[in-house]
Ligand binder design. Structure first.
Ligand SMILES: Cc1cc2nc3c(=O)[nH]c(=O)nc-3n(C[C@H](O)[C@H](O)[C@H](O)COP(=O)(O)OP(=O)(O)OC[C@H]3O[C@@H](n4cnc5c(N)ncnc54)[C@H](O)[C@@H]3O)c2cc1C
Length: 388
């Protein structure tokens, strides 16, 4: 198996890098920083990507894409993650919300929801988790009750990223049948966040001031034509979407950039000859290469039309462990200064390691915890029975 990129793909990467060098302002540190410029910047950036046909690169032409290969798409994701994901919330539209609408939506829904995504005009939030339903997502209790032409939603969602951005739409998982078996009574609703009855409350956390939110739904009337797929098809849509989501985030690319910056730092700081520093950086490089190749393996299975759930879980476990190792080693190398935030005078690497550390913890939880990924590997990959 040869994972080398073609000359054309390498040219595309070079073009992207040149574009990023021109477009990313000096202050850009990624999302989840206490900086009011971040969301308006990501919106403007996505429109510029869209103008070049790069936003929905691999989507069908019919929906504004370029039908680029998944490998070109992988390059795009790598470059975005290596530069703190300047697409902001919109990576979700492109990685899984749009593809789910393409796969399960009616023609009218595709015409309504996909063009604003390819134009870079719309922010979505994901409303899956609840106080009593996280890893056990099928326990979702938010109800959507049929009343005339509407489904009326009542419930409480939690940990919704970007809801207060503010998001324009919510990809909402709700229970449409109390009597059906729990996986079968769920549906996906596409909810306009301006509908009366929705309250968004930010949750302050170590990941940043406005990453996470609670959402309360009180008699929220959602038109029936905003039900995605059939009533009761929610679980199938969610599992499809989560598989897209797990492979769509090139975490190793961000880790790779931090490793490169650490190497520059140790050279400049006269630490390059220290055997301990060299060994630690070499180990990081090994882990990074393994993470990259595990991701490419998942992509190559997708290209063949397979659903790589075990391989995606393996890649995700390795990727998040890589991020944690980079955080540990980075702090060891930078010492106490590594804990300084970006705005602190003299913060080494502009506070990069502090951010890396703060993101390490949630990255093992978001989109399914590592324990749940290991359960998938144990059951589906090793054929072990469910835990007793
Ligand atoms: C940064 C971030 C962003 C997020 N964004 C969103 C979002 O936009 N939308 C959204 O809907 N949700 C979002 N989430 C929520 C996320 O999906 C949940 O936090 C996650 O699924 C875990 O659920 P929980 O927090 O309820 O923990 P629980 O499910 O209560 O788990 C608690 C602990 O028990 C362990 N555990 C649970 N079940 C098992 C088991 N069967 N075997 C072994 N161990 C188990 C877990 O691994 C964990 O360590 C986000 C979370 C984070 C951290």
């Amino acid at each position: 198996m040869d994972f080398a990129f073609t000359d054309e793909e390498e040219r595309f990467r070079a073009e992207l890098r040149a574009f990023l060098a021109e477009e990313l302002p000096d202050w850009w540190r990624g999302m989840f920083v206490d900086d009011p410029r971040a969301i308006p910047f990501t919106r403007a950036f996505c429109r510029k990507l869209a103008a070049r046909g790069w936003l929905a690169l691999s989507w069908p032409r019919e929906w504004g894409g370029q039908e680029a290969s998944v490998w070109q798409q992988a390059i795009l994701r790598e470059e975005m993650w290596a530069h703190d994901e300047p697409r902001g919330p919109q990576y979700m539209n492109l990685n899984y919300i749009g593809p789910c609408i393409m796969r399960f939506g009616s023609e009218a829904q595709k015409r309504r929801f996909l063009p604003p995504m390819t134009a870079g005009d719309v922010l979505w939030t994901q409303g899956f988790s609840e106080p009593g339903a996280g890893s056990d997502l099928a326990a979702v209790a938010t109800r959507a009750e049929a009343r005339g032409d509407h489904l009326v939603v009542n419930g409480h969602k939690i940990w919704s990223s970007y809801a207060d951005a503010p998001a324009d739409w919510c990809f909402l998982l709700a229970r449409t049948s109390a009597s059906a078996r729990r996986h079968e009574g769920l549906s996906i609703l596409l909810v306009d966040m301006r509908t009366p009855g929705i309250t968004v409350r930010p949750i302050d956390s170590m990941a940043g001031p406005h990453e996470l939110n609670e959402m309360f739904f009180d008699e929220v009337r959602v038109p029936r034509d905003c039900l995605l797929g059939a009533q009761g098809q929610g679980w199938e849509i969610v599992t499809t979407g989560l598989t897209f989501e797990r492979v769509g985030v090139a975490r190793y690319a961000r880790a790779g950039r931090v490793i490169a910056l650490l190497v520059e730092h140790v050279k400049a700081a006269g630490l390059a000859g220290d055997p301990d520093v060299r060994r630690k950086l070499a180990e990081l490089r090994v882990c990074h290469e393994a993470a990259r190749l595990l991701n490419y393996r998942v992509i190559s299975l997708q290209v063949r039309g397979q659903v790589p759930s075990v391989e995606a879980a393996i890649a995700r476990v390795h990727n998040t462990q890589l991020e944690q190792r980079v955080g540990h080693v980075g702090l060891e190398i930078l010492g106490l200064g590594g804990q300084l935030t970006a705005d602190a005078p003299g913060a080494p690497l502009r506070g990069l390691l502090h951010r890396q550390w703060a993101r390490n913890v949630p990255s093992t939880i978001a989109a399914g915890t590592l324990e749940v990924q290991k359960n998938i590997i144990a059951r589906r990959g090793l054929g072990l029975p469910r835990a007793s």
